[in-house]
Write a protein that binds this ligand. Structure first.
Ligand code: CA
Length: 370
């Protein structure tokens, strides 16, 4: 009897402990303890902006779910849905905000319609590299600001992947001057898209899964997507001739996991930490995967598919840099939140730039000396 009282009072949730206690009880009691354990399993849905299982981005979302499932010993089980399976790609933010799904995976610049300042948490043209972005988020005050702004939408954000420096995009004509961008209809999201608009282009935001057809039918003249690994998978080399670099508009894009705030706060502390840790692991691992796979894919594109690699001319980059800085600075004065985020990012960028002049950049240059 004593043992049974103890079980009732403690309301045991841990399977191992429950089984030890149950071992001393009758068979019937054992079943009831196990039932209690089963009832405690939490099921979450994760909606994503990516085609299901898409290499790097979609598999990164899968990895977040897998890690949470494993690290929690199955107590929190997350099921991943590709774009359109439960909600369309660009409805992920709203779906998680209202609790249709408890979790989402995407990129903050897709939600600029909510608040333009949100874009600062994915990437800024001519902004931070992946390494610098993680420094800002984790140790430079960035994540705190991100949590503050997303709380208004009943969301908890976490960095959950990074692509590294992206490619400039796929074109069917050469870009020799800024004038060559005029009139071009190009898929290019975020603040980079706004800078592209000021250069005379027409930026379009389409989900990745629709880009190949849009380029093939001529609905788009050009597109950027991610980098060689992902771009090879979509087969853009079949419908575009030139592959430009660097991705001035996305120097180290952070992918995000968003969690419904109420659902997150209802979790016990250890499961909350597991969710945070899973995102952090994938944030690092995705960058490692891209770093390893992009160079192999670039070789395949050039050697097997005869893609013509082109660098944007310095003059074009300088102009785009000027336009980008204008766009970002204008955004920064729109409201108080944007001002605070921009100020934090700007101060950090100046400092990290000085440091990387004598570290990363100096070393990369040294390594390239012939
Ligand atoms: Ca991109």
């Amino acid at each position: 009897m004593k043992k049974r009282d103890l079980v009732t009072k403690l309301s045991v949730g841990v399977l191992a402990f429950g089984m030890v206690v149950a071992a001393g009880c009758s068979k019937q009691e054992s079943v009831s303890v196990d039932k209690k354990v089963v009832a405690k399993t939490i099921h979450w849905k994760m909606v994503t902006t990516w085609p299901k299982n898409f290499p790097g981005l979609g598999t990164g979302a899968n990895n977040v779910a897998k890690l949470i499932n494993k690290m929690s010993g199955g107590r929190l089980q997350v099921k991943v849905y590709g774009a359109k399976e439960l909600v369309p790609a660009f409805e992920v933010f709203d779906a998680v905000s209202r609790g249709t799904a408890e979790m989402g995976h995407g990129a903050a610049y897709y939600w600029k319609g909510k608040n333009e300042a949100i874009q600062f948490f994915s990437t800024v043209p001519f902004g931070l590299t992946a390494q610098e972005m993680n420094g800002w988020l984790y140790h430079g005050g960035g994540l705190k600001l991100w949590q503050e702004i997303y709380a208004q939408y009943n969301l908890v954000p976490a960095a959950a992947g990074n692509t590294g420096v992206q490619m400039g995009g796929w074109f069917n004509k050469e870009i020799n001057s800024l004038a060559d961008l005029k009139g071009l209809k190009m898929r290019i999201p975020g603040l980079g898209g706004e800078a592209f608009k000021r250069a005379g282009g027409t930026p379009v935001n389409l989900p990745g899964g629709e880009l190949y057809t849009a380029l093939q039918t001529g609905a788009l003249d050009a597109t950027e997507w991610v980098g060689p690994y992902n771009d090879l998978a979509f087969g853009f080399y079949k419908v575009a001739k030139y592959y430009y670099y660097p991705g001035w508009h996305e120097p180290g894009t952070t992918l995000e996991a968003i969690i419904n705030k109420k659902a997150f706060e209802a979790l016990p502390e250890d499961l909350q930490e597991i969710v945070r840790a899973a995102c952090k692991i994938v944030n690092q691992d995705m960058l490692a995967e891209y770093t390893a796979r992009n160079n192999a894919a670039l070789k395949t594109l050039i050697n097997e598919h005869k893609v013509q690699l082109r660098a944007f001319p310095d003059d074009v980059l300088k102009e785009l840099r000027k336009l980008s800085d204008e766009v970002v600075a204008e955004l920064a004065v729109k409201d108080d939140t944007a001002k605070r985020i921009y100020s934090s990012l700007k101060t950090y960028r100046e400092q990290v730039n000085d440091w990387h002049e004598v570290s990363e950049k100096a070393f990369m240059r040294a390594r390239s000396l012939k």
